[in-house]
Design a protein around this ligand. Sequence first.
Ligand SMILES: [Zn+2]
Length: 139
Amino acid sequence: MSITLKASDYRRIVEHARACLPNESCGLIAGRLEGDARHVEKVYLLDNPDACPEHFSIPPKAQLEAVRDMRALGLTPLGNFHSHPSTPARPSGEDINLAYDASASCCILSLAEEEPVLKCFRIERASRTTVEEPVAIVT
Ligand SMILES: [Zn+2]
């Protein structure tokens, strides 16, 4: 179980997260599955309608448009990402409560330190289990 992300997409996620400060930012990731390895091919940067430093939600209309775009490009929805402006890259209690899909990669970018930290997880809400999915940033 692993996930690879292009360096250019990683930079876009970091820039988006910084542009959304002090609030959390969010988005969706799509790409290809290769066994249990996931390759992110496209990142969708979305607005956080909650406009809050501690919450996010994926706006349904933008999600629908993103999923339509994924279908048109033949990409598989892989999961989502959001930022933690001042806390570590670990799922919060609320992140676990909102993890409706245990097969989705839930990626969290922490801006708490000077150097951003990205971690991805699979979250099983019922058992409140989180498993970290190693991320490789590739050029
Ligand atoms: Zn969170």
